[in-house]
Design a protein. Structure first.
Length: 181
């Protein structure tokens, strides 16, 4: 959803403004991101495209967005030593430059969320207040945070062991992890 909610609409609005959409026509910025600064939409979208293509085909499709499965381990080919299905894992390699570009998106969204809160409080003369929800960068914060956090996981000994075990999954339909793995 990082692409659909944030990066593609942000780039489209940026491109519309850059390529001469009249000043009287407001580009279709993602709600609340009209004033987001410190972000290079083309670089962010290009970085995400490269990350997206690094993912396995099963994760690139949109079927997962509409999957109503209550348990994410259902039909998983990855099994614990006792035979329990585990949440599927996919090892991918992502370029440092792309991670840095997505980290800049995260910083811009964080800064925008601090500058433009998603709740606006209007005080009345009688002392009461109305609280209104408005679109803001905070609406995208969780999506961007999760994307960058997962992609930024550093390799360690456990990662190396799991990566080796998952590499075998390309030749078999089911991967049973050992106690060590």
């Amino acid at each position: 959803m990082t692409h659909d909610l944030l990066l593609a609409p942000l780039h489209a609005a940026w491109a519309a403004r850059r390529h001469g959409v009249g000043e009287d026509v407001a580009p279709a910025w993602p709600p609340g991101l009209e004033n987001l600064t410190g972000l290079d939409p083309p670089a962010a979208l290009d970085a995400w495209a490269r990350v997206h293509h690094a993912l396995p085909p099963a994760m690139r499709g949109r079927a997962l967005l509409h999957d109503e499965r209550p348990v994410p381990t259902r039909r998983s080919p990855l099994r614990a030593p006792d035979g329990r299905p585990l949440i599927p894992l996919h090892a991918v390699t992502v370029a440092e430059d792309d991670l840095r570009a997505l980290a800049r998106v995260r910083r811009a969204v964080r800064a925008g969320a601090r500058a433009m809160p998603s709740l606006v409080v209007t005080r009345r003369p009688d002392g009461s207040a109305d609280v209104h929800g408005v679109a803001s960068p905070g609406d995208y914060r969780g999506t961007v945070e999760r994307t960058v956090a997962v992609l930024s996981l550093a390799a360690d000994d456990d990662t190396d062991v799991l990566t080796e075990a998952l590499a075998q999954a390309t030749t078999t339909s089911r991967t049973d992890l050992s106690e060590v793995e």
